[in-house]
Ligand binder design. Structure first.
Ligand code: XCC
Ligand code: SF4
Length: 655
């Protein structure tokens, strides 16, 4: 018999090279010791396709895929690459790019639609589970949707009935997704010159759904073949996300669940507790997780957990659901996008409840190796694996659904194995800043005193504003670029607004505390933070809450002293470790709103240099904001700072 070949050990990731975070490193190592595969290992064996990565692979029809790699010598002397139909590299890259915008805008906006539907149920009083919680916010947004908040009776102006206002807001809001005429109502919230610019370029979105559909039409074989015209629609669709679907999601969530105000909590896998029932909620829509949090905090469930032998119930969040329930309830952050498998690998996760977006299908395979109950809850996001439970959430029986889920987790506590390892790493965080609380904490307005944001930007204590957001990407060291960019910015007196997985990464590193000011900040920013008692890195929520950043920038403009449009403000955007299509939609609406925006890791148009130049350079002349790409995090931060300085100079406040 031939000598048996020694089985080759599977290639796995080097935990330290894979993540900057020690808790993550420990869990990757543990997964490998237990023979459980994670995304970090798969990234070692599964290499990306270069042509797809560069945006020049077209599979929009059955004659392709047509793959157009960049010629070795570059395209300086002309570019005659074309697909079977004749589509050029620029057309293909532009079509792929705006299809990413369409997918990203759909994700945010469909999330917003679900919230709007629940809002409608609440307004109609069809459900006891949801009520109008934040009347102030309702009264604030109603006029933006052309809903009157007063009535005239017998020559007297009276306050209108709140229920009536809520119902009309629900109707008008839902209509934004599919109305037959007009344009999105929230566009007028932007500074007037910005609105006029959009009008001039013909990119005012008509309704949210239509802009997505039109992208799918225009990118079908044989329709739009002009990359500039394609981008025009990409911009219109992205604006429908930022100033439409996402902004409505944020506002309606605030009305239903309360506008966030700063509160304290903790971040990283170390928030899980060995002697507690651990429930991890993961995904994006806070509609169900709000209920789960409420139910898990009820005495009935706490007693039930104690009967089961646990000391209590520990909730934790992953991805943007985490940011949502953190900013409104102080529920700790268990981790970022890339830590979802690792939460189960602790052996202490009694249930992981997922809704929509950023959920790894591999969670089911990991859960199989442990006792964890994996529960999908959304009709549009199921998993095929047979160990996954589907408990479909419905606003009409939300409390019952939540109770069922929490009970399942508690009942599962006794099934835990002996082998439980929770990494002992976590940091305190202050989260929950919105436009309202930024204003409140910085002097009660945006301008007019020693404490306000505008005055501090004008006097130079704060150099500018950096919006650092977005995902993790397993193709780069987990969290390293996020944290390096943020630290470099605050070191140079740039205040940072953060959302999404960047916010979670900052929390894990301890950057979301006022104490950070003394350790990492330049002297000006440190002084401001110490005076008013805020962290230099402000957690403003989830990815749909990037709309809060748009509105904060608008308030800065409206308060005066920093130009007439968002593009005048010394500010820059960044997604150092982006990966999702949502990030591309966000980037595009931020750019079209006038903000210079740098992405790290990779850029999906690099195979079409002419089209890329359009995004990186020509856009500045049109929108005052443009894209850029820089994978090196220090250079990335300094490109943002250089742009901020350029804006300061233009404003004459560079001294
Ligand atoms: Fe998903 Fe929103 Fe990206 Fe994190 S940041 S990986 S999209 S959870 Ni939005
Ligand atoms: Fe090829 Fe054109 Fe079909 Fe794309 S649309 S796959 S470029 S033939």
């Amino acid at each position: 018999m031939a000598e048996e070949k020694k089985a080759k050990a599977p290639k796995v990731a080097d935990p330290v090279a894979a993540s900057y975070d020690v808790a993550t490193q420990e869990m990757i190592k543990r997964a490998q010791d237990l023979g459980v595969e994670t995304c970090f290992d798969r990234a070692v064996t599964l290499k990306p396709c270069n042509i797809g990565n560069q945006g020049t692979c077209c599979k929009n029809c059955g004659m392709g895929p047509c793959r157009l790699p960049l010629p070795k010598g570059g395209v300086e002397d002309g570019d005659d690459r074309k697909g079977i139909c004749g589509a050029t590299a620029n057309t293909i890259a532009a079509r792929n790019f705006i299809r990413m915008v369409a997918a990203g805008a759909s994700a945010h906006s469909d999330h917003g639609r679900c919230v709007a539907e629940v809002f409608m149920s609440a307004a109609r009083k069809e459900t006891d589970a949801y009520q109008i919680k934040d009347i102030q916010k309702l009264l604030q947004i109603a006029p933006r949707l052309d809903v009157a908040i007063t009535v005239e009776r017998d020559g007297e102006v009276l306050d209108r009935d709140i229920d009536e206002i809520a119902l009309e807001v629900a109707e008008v809001a839902l209509n934004e997704w599919g109305k037959a005429e007009g344009e999105l109502k929230y566009l007028k919230r932007a500074p007037a010159p910005r609105y006029e610019l959009w009008k001039k370029f013909g990119v005012l979105p008509r309704n949210i759904d239509r802009e997505v559909v039109e992208i799918m039409h225009r990118t079908h074989i044989g329709v739009d073949q002009d990359y500039k015209n394609l981008m025009k629609q990409g911009t219109r669709c992205a604006l429908a996300d930022g100033w439409g679907g996402s902004m409505l999601a944020t506002d309606l969530q605030d009305v239903l669940f309360g506008t966030p105000y700063p509160l304290q909590s903790e971040a990283n896998l170390g928030i899980m507790k060995k002697d507690h029932v651990n429930i991890i909620i993961h995904g994006h829509e806070p509609v169900l997780s709000e209920m789960i949090v409420a139910v898990a905090q009820s005495q009935e469930m706490i007693d039930y957990a104690k009967q089961a032998g646990a000391k209590g119930i520990q909730m934790g969040g992953i991805c943007c659901t985490a940011n949502e329930i953190l900013q409104r309830h102080g529920v700790p952050l268990a981790g970022t996008f890339l830590q979802q498998e690792l939460a189960i690998i602790t052996g202490a996760c009694d249930a992981m409840v997922v809704d929509i977006q950023c959920i790894f299908q591999n969670l089911a395979n990991v859960a199989k190796c442990f006792h964890t109950k994996l529960i999908t809850t959304h009709p549009i996001a199921k998993m095929e694996q047979d160990n996954v439970l589907h408990i479909e959430f419905d606003e009409h029986h939300a409390v019952e659904d939540a109770k069922r889920i929490v009970k399942l987790a508690i009942d599962n506590f006794k099934n835990r194995g002996e082998d439980v390892v929770i990494p002992q790493h976590k940091n305190p965080v202050i989260a929950g800043f919105g436009v309202e609380s930024i204003e409140y904490h910085l002097g009660g307005s945006f301008r007019g005193s020693y404490y306000t944001l505008n005055d501090n930007i004008i006097n130079g204590r704060i150099r500018g504003i950096g919006a650092v957001v977005g995902c993790n990407n397993v193709r780069t060291r987990h969290n390293e670029a996020h944290l390096t960019v943020v630290k470099e910015l605050i070191k140079n007196d740039v205040i940072v607004l953060t959302t999404g997985c960047n916010a979670i990464a900052c929390g894990m590193e301890g950057l979301l505390t006022p104490e950070t000011a003394q350790v990492f900040c330049g002297p000006g920013l440190a002084e401001v933070c110490e005076t008013v008692g805020i962290p230099p890195v402000l957690h403003v929520g989830s990815c749909v809450d990037n709309s809060r950043i748009l509105l904060a920038a608008t308030e800065v403009v409206k308060a005066g002293g920093l130009g007439k449009d968002i593009s005048d403000v010394p500010a820059a955007g960044s997604a150092p470790e982006w990966m999702s299509e949502k990030a591309i939609s966000i980037g595009q609406y931020v750019v079209a709103s006038g903000v210079y925006t740098v992405f790290g890791t990779t850029f999906p148009t690099s195979g079409a240099p002419v089209f890329q130049k359009y995004l990186f350079e020509d856009f500045e002349k049109m929108y005052g904001g443009m894209w850029d790409f820089e994978p090196d995090p220090i250079k990335h931060a300094h490109k943002m700072i250089a742009h901020i300085d350029k804006k300061r100079k233009a404003l004459g406040i560079d001294k």
